[in-house]
Design a protein around this ligand. Structure first.
Ligand code: A3P
Length: 289
């Protein structure tokens, strides 16, 4: 594949500096997927970590040993981050689990013709933006969050890290009609019926599970289990990178928290932008539970 000018290709997407290098981005967009790979894709704060946990648990039939001994970034590395080449090279797994926040516009060419299974996780964007805002406060590698109104404007304009939420979801979900090996699942669906979501994933991944194995997956990937598991709650990350005194990664784990943050005006503005940007998209969202 021809070498891309990374600066030019990514010019409208801001990547958190210390996690991404020109080399790592270049490698990601020309990555050679194996047909056995499982790729978890999401816009930030949409349930990525939850899906990493679920997929790892499922591939070990509900046995949580790996989840409790290996950090999530080592068992499901981020394709675009600098460290993933070494992790993926060292992987001996028959089904590598890889994670990415890259938009389809950038990763589509590398996936073309591949039989790798793609799981796209989405979340209603009001909760995603609130979660992203709180995450900016603890993540020292991200730009200053500023005030919530400022942050919300950047989200709606698509100028936060990883670009526009609207382009992201439309780009990836357009693949539902094109790729056989593509599953769209939502954060809200997992919250409403986790055993059902796990069964749906097990059928998609062709990884049949007995009912007690489904139960074990559910138990180990509950919000409280994950909040208390240092292999996934990010407390292993040093304070200078994530300031845990300012909040936790496993924050609330709910749907509808945006109502505690949005003013009536912000909600109206959000809805008008949402209507205009999503008019060509038939997806429906769950905004509260
Ligand atoms: P909140 O900040 O709203 O609590 P990502 O992994 O894509 O960065 O998403 C993080 C969000 O998913 C956070 O949302 C986090 O609490 C939530 N989350 C992680 N694990 C969860 C679980 N087991 N159940 C519900 N929510 C979970």
């Amino acid at each position: 594949m021809a070498r891309l000018d990374v600066q030019e290709t990514f010019h409208d997407i801001l990547f958190p500096g210390h996690l991404h290098t020109q080399e790592s981005l270049q490698r990601a967009v020309s990555f050679l997927f194996q047909d056995t790979d499982i790729l978890i894709v999401s816009y930030p704060k949409s349930g990525t970590t939850w899906m990493q946990e679920i997929v790892t648990l499922m591939s070990h039939r509900g046995d949580a040993h790996i989840n409790q001994t290996v950090p999530n970034w080592a068992r499901a590395p981020w394709l675009e981050q600098f460290y993933s080449a070494a992790v993926l090279e060292a992987s001996t797994s028959t089904h590598r689990v890889i994670t990415t926040h890259l938009p389809h516009q950038l990763l589509g060419p590398a996936l073309q013709g591949s039989k790798a299974k793609v799981i796209y996780v989405s979340r209603n964007p009001k909760d995603a933006v609130v979660s992203f805002y709180h995450f900016h406060k603890i993540a020292n590698f991200l730009p200053e969050a500023g005030t919530f109104p400022e942050f919300l404007n950047k989200f709606l304009k698509g100028t936060l890290s990883y670009g526009s939420w609207f382009d992201h979801i439309k780009g990836w979900t357009s693949q539902m009609a094109v790729m056989d090996n593509f599953l769209h699942i939502t954060y809200e669906e997992m919250l409403m019926d986790l055993p059902g979501a796990i069964r749906r994933l097990s059928s998609f991944l062709q990884c049949p599970l007995a009912e007690d194995e489904v139960k074990s997956c559910v138990q180990h990937c509950s919000f409280s289990s994950m909040k208390n598991n240092k292999m996934v709650n990010y407390t292993l990350i040093p304070e200078n990178i994530m300031d845990h005194s300012k909040g936790s990664f496993m924050r609330k784990g709910k749907t509808g928290d945006w109502k505690n943050m949005f003013t009536e005006d912000q909600n109206q503005y959000f809805e008008s932008v949402f209507r205009s940007k999503m008019q060509d998209c038939a997806l429906e969202f769950v905004w509260e539970l």
